[in-house]
Design a binder for this molecule. Structure first.
Ligand SMILES: NC(=O)c1ccc[n+]([C@@H]2O[C@H](COP(=O)([O-])OP(=O)(O)OC[C@H]3O[C@@H](n4cnc5c(N)ncnc54)[C@H](OP(=O)(O)O)[C@@H]3O)[C@@H](O)[C@H]2O)c1
Length: 340
């Protein structure tokens, strides 16, 4: 792209959320993305957040920011139950939207969000920063090349300790819970690797006295024959890793949002079926997930889908269908089919 046509993407943040601080610092100094505004339900909160985080403009209502024609795109870190409402309003205002995971409260909302994107000719995508990591891009490449043969089994897990507090993740009215918050990550990884919609799931969970799942495990069945297990928890030591086993080898990997010298991104691959087949450690460049994702969002908006490494709308639809089915299965104990 020539310098004359180069224009950074002007992004406004919808809500003075905690995660927005990391979004801002990660994109600080980016030539592609200008995080230029924040809106809050409270004008004083918006102004204080803007000052503290070096944001040029603040708005005392979400509507006011959506009405500003100079803002091209929105980062939506609302509580999960509000993702659909504000993503649809942003799309109807002609803004592209990078919406936090999980994309919506359920799959029915997901459909309405993509309908709004299509009706307004804007890009609306789900935020999974790990997807833009060189590590994840390499993982996808290895699997595409058949480095471990046909993938038969995946175990993917994400958990961390979350104190019982006023956090939105413990609130059933805000679509909280371990599956929605942490579990959406392994579900998204499994869907990325499978490349297709699952047929059915079975799950078990522990629930709080407000009926919020605090730990959940689930089995996921795919048409290709692949079987996957995911787990997620608000009550474990921090972990985020996956084991992927094919008929000709296996891979062990993490899928962190942010990698660094302290959390180095590498993939351990064993090519061959023997227990003692040689293991290779593939080392990748560390990256701040929100930085590489934000810049990939710029590439998406300016250059189209071919430059987006993240979840496509088809993947996001399947992720939400799978989450809906896992949640239903964990509640009633039955195997739950996923509609084709
Ligand atoms: N991709 C990732 O790795 C990642 C990491 C963390 C979080 N997230 C996602 O980001 C979203 C926000 O998480 P967070 O931890 O940053 O949340 P948070 O700090 O609680 O912020 C949520 C924001 O939503 C606004 N809001 C509107 N209605 C609200 C209500 N009824 N209750 C509470 N807040 C309300 C508030 O903004 P105002 O008061 O300014 O209007 C609040 O600051 C979630 O969807 C979460 O899953 C993703």
């Amino acid at each position: 792209m020539s310098n004359e046509t180069f224009k950074p993407l002007r992004i406004g943040i919808l809500g003075a959320a905690n995660i927005a601080r990391l979004f801002i610092t990660s994109l600080n100094g980016s030539a592609k993305v200008d995080v230029c505004a924040v809106a809050s339900r409270d004008a004083n909160k918006a102004a204080a957040f803007a000052k503290e985080n070096g944001i040029a403009q603040s708005f005392g209502s979400y509507e006011a920011m959506l009405a500003d024609a100079t803002i091209e795109a929105i980062y939506n870190p609302q509580p999960n139950n509000l993702h659909a409402e504000w993503t649809i309003k942003a799309a109807n205002a002609g803004k592209h939207v990078l919406c936090e995971k999980p994309f919506a409260a359920n799959s029915a909302e997901t459909k309405l969000m993509f309908d709004a994107a299509a009706a307004n000719n804007v890009y609306v995508v789900e935020a999974y920063p790990y997807r833009a990591q060189p590590q994840t891009i390499k993982l996808a490449e290895l699997l595409r090349e058949g480095a471990i043969g046909k993938v038969q089994l995946i175990q993917a897990s994400f958990g961390f300790p979350l104190p019982v507090s006023g956090n939105i993740r413990w609130d059933p009215l805000l679509a909280g819970g371990a599956l929605m918050d942490a579990g959406s990550y392994p579900v998204s990884l499994v869907r990325m690797i499978a490349g297709e919609r699952p047929t059915r799931v079975h799950a078990m969970a522990r629930f709080t006295d407000r009926s919020v799942d605090s730990t959940l495990i689930g089995s996921i069945d795919f048409p290709s024959g692949l079987l996957a297990q995911i787990s997620c928890s608000f009550g474990t030591a921090r972990h985020r890793h996956a084991v992927i086993v094919g008929d000709a080898g296996s891979i062990e990997t993490t899928f962190y949002n942010d990698t660094s010298d302290a959390l180095p991104p590498h993939i351990v691959i064993k090519r061959g079926i023997a227990l003692d087949a040689p293991r290779e450690i593939i080392k990748l460049e560390p990256a701040q997930g929100f930085r590489v994702q934000g810049e990939a969002f710029y590439d998406l908006v300016r250059n189209g889908w071919a430059s987006w490494p993240g979840a496509t709308p088809a993947e996001t639809v399947d992720i939400m269908l799978t989450i809906d089915a896992l949640a239903a299965s964990a509640r009633d104990g039955n195997v739950v089919a996923i509609a084709r």
